[in-house]
Write a protein that binds this ligand. Structure first.
Ligand SMILES: [Zn+2]
Length: 279
């Protein structure tokens, strides 16, 4: 907790809060590789949210015997536990420990140095009576709404800033950019990646609502341009998280040629997760 937040303990009363969580696979016949949780510890004085988007592996070998859902369940489970059980541990350290714990679960059976070892994007947020902490690694999004309605997106835009030409083939990406200096970073097997995340802490009274989105849901803004981040948060508040995912699916189906979706990630439908927390 930064010094600026000390002494605020108890200033903001923890009242009723509202949370909503929706996670839907891109294709019914494929397992959902996203993970989402909301942790509300028994103290009733705070909570946490975790959203992961497991990176779909190539058809070629990855050095790992396990599935992406196996990986995201372990990493997400560890993050959920550590964010609530160790409330004073900074989120960067929480992520570092969770990556290390997950790596240890398959270090004996798998080649964790493979560039396509299971990996995920990460959004973490944790709130207490004094503060809201957040962490974003890779291309999922966290929206922070202030009491006056201002919405600030927290984005790790390293991947978005890379030229399309650099992303032409998986082999190029894996050799030069994936978890490499000058490229982009995901939570895989190296705990030190946590230091690459976009992080911050705000006084609790400056945050009214949090929304975390995997890129499959963020397409509503980023691919289809249906509105800005504030519009996106307003839609989730008024119509619910499922309405956002349903609208993305409609837009994907309407975009039959895949022209706009292709500018995104190259999949017609992607796993889509939305977590809404009104503090
Ligand atoms: Zn493995």
């Amino acid at each position: 907790m930064p010094a600026s937040c000390e002494g605020r303990e108890g200033v903001v009363q923890t009242g009723r809060m509202r949370t909503e969580l929706v996670s839907e696979p891109g294709l019914a016949e494929r397992p959902n590789e996203d993970f989402a949780s909301v942790g509300l510890p028994a103290s009733g004085r705070g909570g946490s949210l975790v959203v992961l988007d497991g990176v779909t592996p190539p058809r070629t070998a990855t050095g790992c015997l396990h599935s992406v859902p196996w990986f995201t369940a372990r990493l997400g489970g560890a993050l959920t536990e550590l964010t609530v059980s160790l409330p004073d541990l900074p989120l960067v350290e929480v992520l570092s420990r969770a990556v290390a714990r997950t790596a240890a679960a398959h270090a004996d059976t798998c080649d964790l140095s493979h560039p396509r070892t299971p990996q995920a994007t990460v959004v973490l947020a944790r709130w207490s009576p004094a503060a809201v902490e957040y962490l974003v690694l890779s291309d999922s999004a966290l929206l922070l709404e202030a009491p006056d309605g201002t919405v600030t997106p927290v984005l790790d835009d390293r991947l978005a800033r890379l030229p399309r030409s650099a992303l032409a083939t998986d082999a190029m990406v894996d050799a030069r950019l994936r978890n490499k200096e000058g490229g982009f970073f995901t939570a895989a097997a190296d705990p030190s990646v946590a230091a690459r995340a976009v992080t911050g802490t705000l006084p609790r009274e400056e945050v009214r609502t949090l929304v975390a989105l995997t890129d499959g849901a963020a397409r509503w803004v980023e691919t289809f341009g249906e509105g800005d981040w504030a519009d996106c948060l307003a839609l989730v508040r008024k119509q619910g998280a499922q309405a956002l995912v349903d609208r993305v699916r409609e837009l994907e189906r309407a975009d039959a040629a895949g022209e706009r979706a292709f500018l995104g990630r190259g999949k017609t439908h992607d796993d889509a997760t939305v977590v809404y927390a009104e503090l």
